[in-house]
Design a protein around this ligand. Structure first.
Ligand SMILES: *Cc1c(COP(=O)(O)O)cnc(C)c1O
Length: 394
């Protein structure tokens, strides 16, 4: 509506609507605006010095020697699978409790996703059930650090080592997390991160691959640029040098524009996490006395990145609760309904209800509440009051 229409609407409504509690707000501020302004003044807006600096800083933050910046986490997952030579005929064990990107990446590789059910307390891939799903075709395990809570990487890494499998981490939710002394990328062969608009730090879009192995990381660098043996920036030196495509790669490089937005956010990521942690503590305290609702648990020895705050509510009331929160101007989402129950997966693979009951139950009961560092306590209190009101039948 134009401003006149909105004026009329405002005049016609008797009371001001309660201020909406947005589901998400980014935290781009003066430091990011200054950084992007600086990059816009340079000649080359694509993958250049800003990306190289972000890669160095990110590698240092997660404590993995090699980082390769890409256009999305989905692309990172594709490159990880391709770089580890996973393709047609191969099976990859993964979780049904994730965004579809995780399993889709396995399909893009031409491989077959094999779902293993999740832990009821955390929603994470149940490491204790993975071995039973290994066949002679299994080539990799692809867990997700759900909501920022790392899976049991020590158990999975030992199993993958023993069975000769690749271990790829979907760490889209987890830049800041740690578990049992490991950060993402320190236990697997590759870890994939997302800087999509709603993630803990964002470039609008963007992703990162980290790998302990330098040769593997070099291959990822090539794969993000069509499989060409030099990157674009190094093709514009003083003296022209021919480049060569040596394998079939992808177009998945990160531009300097996104890296400029991401570097200042990474520099203050500890403070951003601290703000998330405070909000999570307030949510946990508020919901502890509401019958029928339960937050997921954080395992001992685990520092969550607190990407999403989810609450389990009664399955038969979940959709009404979502609707009721929307009515009360609180932004909510669902992360996630189980992947295998999507129509595409049902039709292609014959999946149905009952195959992964724990993931299905979480998928039927979960709601996600607003959680981001600029969420004020007052706005959070409005969200909490709305949940209490809706859940207790107000
Ligand atoms: C967001 C997300 C992705 C995909 O990230 P993009 O950067 O949007 O490609 C993959 N896995 C999980 C678990 C996600 O939440």
């Amino acid at each position: 509506m134009n401003s006149n229409e909105s004026d009329k609407a405002a005049a016609a409504s008797p009371a001001p609507a309660p201020e909406r509690v947005e589901f998400y707000r980014h935290n781009i501020g003066p430091a990011e605006i200054e950084a992007i302004t600086r990059v816009l003044g340079t000649v080359f807006l694509s993958t250049g010095p800003e990306v190289a600096a972000f890669e160095r800083e990110f590698a240092a933050f997660v404590g993995v020697p090699n980082a390769v910046a890409v256009s999305s986490c989905t692309a990172a997952l594709q490159l990880a699978l391709a770089g580890l030579n996973i393709g047609p005929g191969d099976e990859v064990i993964t979780t049904p409790m994730s965004f579809v990107a995780t399993a889709n990446a396995i399909l893009y590789a031409g491989a077959t996703p094999v779902f293993v059910d999740v832990e009821p307390e955390t929603g994470n891939l149940d490491a204790a059930r993975v071995e039973a799903a290994i066949t002679e075709r299994t080539r990799a395990v692809l867990p997700v650090h759900l909501y920022g809570h790392m899976v049991d990487m020590r158990t999975l890494a030992a199993l993958c080592e023993k069975r000769g499998l690749a271990l790829i981490e979907d760490s889209a939710h987890c830049v800041e997390g740690q578990r049992d002394g490991l950060r993402p990328g320190q236990g697997g062969h590759a870890a994939c991160f997302s800087f999509y608009a709603t993630k803990n730090i964002t470039g609008g879009e963007g992703g990162m691959l980290v790998a302990r192995d330098a040769d593997l990381a070099a291959r990822f660098k090539r794969l993000r640029n069509h499989g060409i043996d030099r990157d674009a920036a190094s093709r514009y030196g003083a003296r022209y040098v021919h480049w060569n495509q040596v394998e079939l790669g992808f177009k998945a490089n990160m531009p300097d524009i996104a890296a400029a937005l991401l570097r200042p956010q990474l520099a203050r990521i500890d403070a951003l996490l601290e703000a998330r942690r405070r909000l999570v503590g307030r949510y946990d305290a508020a919901f502890s006395d509401i019958p029928g609702v339960r937050p997921l648990k954080v395992a001992p020895g685990c520092q969550s990145a607190h990407h999403l705050y989810t609450l389990l509510v009664p399955a038969d009331r979940r959709d009404d609760i979502l609707w009721g929160l929307g009515q009360r101007a609180v932004g909510v989402t669902v992360n996630y309904r189980a992947v295998h129950l999507n129509r595409y997966y049902r039709e292609r693979f014959g999946f149905c209800e009952g195959m992964f009951p724990v993931a299905e139950e979480i998928g039927a009961r979960t709601i996600t509440l607003p959680l981001y560092p600029t969420l004020s306590f007052a706005a959070q209190d409005r969200a909490i009051a709305a949940v209490r009101d809706v859940v207790t039948g107000g």
